[in-house]
Design a protein. Structure first.
Length: 211
């Protein structure tokens, strides 16, 4: 399966199972402490990029309600349509995150929760490098990535009859990619899920040195 085919599996999966994956009125759940922690680190009315924003719930909703200027990006048309309805104060774009071209130093934070794991592995290091460039000095990346390396497809995702595809490296590889992009890792946590789990990274673009 080529990378475009894999992207199509992800896009179709979320198009078909968007409501199955997360309801309009879903609470913040496990995201709550992460988003609250990000809010505490940000200036007022910060510019935040939410990559793999889904239906806008909960990350974009939380950050927009906290007064931040949120731009959400997702590959799924259905997810973006829902996000525009559910979080009308944010801006949402239907696009492939790995093919974005954004101005340097244009965001105070980038959020990428459970999205890297659906991107072709070869595209992930260049995206991390791009994120580091898009962040302003002192800006934050909050991301969940793989904990152990795995690539594969599930034919009946969430029991909803649609396929889904994942590809991720292990935590130490992501740690290396973040550091190679010039980001400073402030924290790394294991997030259990079933018999495995994911890794949550807090990484920061260093403040500019000198005056």
């Amino acid at each position: 399966m080529g990378s475009d085919d894999e992207r199509d599996v992800v896009r179709r999966g979320y198009d078909e199972l968007s409501y199955h994956y997360r309801a309009d009125d879903a609470d913040d759940g496990q995201y709550a402490p992460w988003l609250a922690g990000l809010h505490r680190r940000l200036p007022a009315s910060a510019a935040v990029l939410d990559l793999g924003c889904g239906c806008g719930v909960p990350a974009a909703r939380f950050l927009a309600d906290a007064g931040h200027r949120v731009t959400g990006v997702d590959i799924s048309d259905v997810q973006i349509e829902r996000a525009r309805r559910l979080v009308p104060t944010a801006t949402f774009v239907r696009a492939d995150a790995t093919r974005l071209d954004l101005p340097p130093a244009s965001f105070d934070a980038v959020v990428c929760l459970y999205a890297f794991i659906h991107m072709p592995l070869a595209d992930q290091p260049p995206l991390i490098t791009s994120i580091a460039r898009w962040l302003r000095p002192g800006g934050w990346l909050l991301a969940t990535v793989g904990h152990s390396a795995w690539t594969g497809t599930e034919d009946d995702w969430l029991g909803g009859g649609a396929a889904m595809w994942w590809s991720h490296a292990d935590a130490s590889t992501y740690r290396s990619w973040l550091q190679q992009a010039g980001l400073t890792i402030a924290a790394e946590d294991f997030i259990p899920e079933g018999t495995s789990g994911h890794t949550l990274f807090w990484a920061q673009r260093p403040h500019a040195s000198g005056c």
